[in-house]
Design a protein around this ligand. Structure first.
Ligand SMILES: [Fe+2]
Length: 170
């Protein structure tokens, strides 16, 4: 897995009147594009669970996984348009996401509990990297990107709580 930050920097940086210096914009764009890849991957893995889950709790989990997917889908547009607002090029295709995602692939499963555990693992990774991105954006002196990641963090933590609640209370 090659992260976008490690990838050869052959992306065009547009000139812009935004008052953030070029060296900081480059770092922010790499950070945001990494999260764009992870977001698309997490979204498609959640839909994979929505489509393929089986078992006695089918309809509950089928509908729950669709709610989760709908909760994270808007992040991709928010992140991609922050990239372009900073003068960057969004790495937004499925192939780009597949190449750069830091998440593990969803295994070929059908059991509802196994899907919940697999999704909890992946949402936890995404929640952690989002929290790290808040800190990184702050260090790069961009409170606007920091705020974007903070908004995502709040929602993803809630999504993780919803997933894990199915696995608790035994
Ligand atoms: Fe559906």
């Amino acid at each position: 897995m090659e992260t976008i930050a490690e990838a050869k920097n052959d992306t065009k940086l547009y000139e812009t009147r935004i008052d953030i210096k070029e060296s900081n914009r480059k770092k922010l764009i790499a950070l945001l594009n990494q999260h764009l890849a992870d977001t698309f991957d997490l979204y498609s893995q959640t839909k994979q669970a929505h489509w393929n889950v089986k078992g006695i709790h089918f309809i509950q989990l089928h509908e729950f996984f669709d709610l989760l997917a709908a909760s994270i889908e808007p992040f991709s547009d928010m992140i991609a348009e922050r990239v372009t607002a900073l003068g960057g090029v969004a790495h937004g295709t499925t192939r780009m996401a597949a190449k750069h995602s830091s998440l593990k692939e969803m295994p070929n499963i059908s059991d509802g509990k196994v899907y919940l555990e697999a999704l909890a693992d992946r949402y936890a990774v995404y929640a952690r990297s989002t929290r790290e991105a808040i800190e990184k954006s702050g260090k790069i002196d961009d409170p606007t990107t920091e705020d974007l990641f903070t908004e995502i963090s709040r929602i993803v933590d809630k999504d993780l709580y919803f997933i894990e609640s199915h696995l608790q209370g035994k």
